[in-house]
Design a protein around this ligand. Structure first.
Ligand code: PXP
Length: 239
């Protein structure tokens, strides 16, 4: 399982004082040196954390892969067509939310999603759709022409008991199997951390996980290199 790090929080900290530091681009390069497989940023319509400048500089500097999280907004789709990340992950976006709250309703807006997917494909950008572990959404993702789904692990991460977490794990595993049967690549993310990864690492068929909050929080305390090293150790079952 590959590990990608979402660095939106680094930009949030920078923007808190409208300062130049910490620079998410510098952070991304250090994360790469520490071994991550990719850098994830969400260019939100309101630009509350990551700015256009960050995306463009990351495109020019990082050597792993850029996963651009984005909504279906026309302007953002246009930027993605110009920047050409290795992967565009389409997520739902609401202005009031603290973070992406639920999966994308692909089944309910298939035409719009298919059109955006096609426009991204025209520029050679692979497309992932961030969906709940729900067969209907996965089938709809395939029908829209997506290359990947990213399984939303929020319900797994936030499960109140071990039993509930196990049930959510099983639900995620069924969703991964379904997606793979359809020939989709499978990523996963949201709410994964150094504790729940000890169960999540058992999942079969997930190519890549995308972690933000837990790793940036850890990096604040122990530094980015240690945060990355520790997460890889958990993923490998060494911790
Ligand atoms: N994947 C997607 C699609 C997301 O929107 C987010 C949150 O930005 C993440 C993964 C990472 O979630 P977390 O910050 O909870 O690790």
């Amino acid at each position: 399982m590959r590990l990608c790090i979402n660095i939106d929080h680094v930009a949030t900290l920078r923007n808190a004082r409208e300062e130049r530091e910490p620079d998410p681009v510098a952070f991304a390069l250090r994360a790469e040196h520490a071994g991550v497989d990719g850098i994830v940023v969400h260019l939100r319509e309101d630009r509350r954390h990551i700015k256009d400048r960050d995306v463009r500089l990351l495109r020019e500097t990082i050597k792993t892969k850029l996963d651009l999280e984005m909504s279906l907004n026309e302007e953002i789709v246009e930027i993605a067509r110009e920047v050409r990340p290795e992967l565009a992950t389409i997520v739902p976006e609401r202005r009031q939310e603290l973070t992406t709250e639920g999966g994308l309703d692909v089944a309910g807006q298939g035409d719009v999603v298919a059109r955006a997917t096609e426009r991204l494909h025209e520029k050679g950008v692979a497309v992932s759709l961030f969906v709940e572990p729900d067969e209907r959404q996965i089938d709809a993702s395939k029908a829209c022409g997506a290359d990947f789904v990213e399984i939303h692990t929020g319900a797994f991460a936030n499960a109140p008991t071990d039993k509930a977490r196990r049930e959510e794990f099983d639900r995620a595993q069924r969703a991964v199997r379904r997606a793979r049967e359809l020939g989709l690549g499978v990523n996963a993310g949201h709410g994964l951390d150094y504790v729940n990864m000890k169960l999540f690492r058992e999942i079969e068929g997930v190519e890549e996980v995308s972690l933000g909050h837990a790793m940036i929080a850890r990096a604040v305390v122990v530094g980015v290199e240690n945060a990355v090293r520790e997460m890889f150790a958990v993923m490998r079952g060494e911790r």
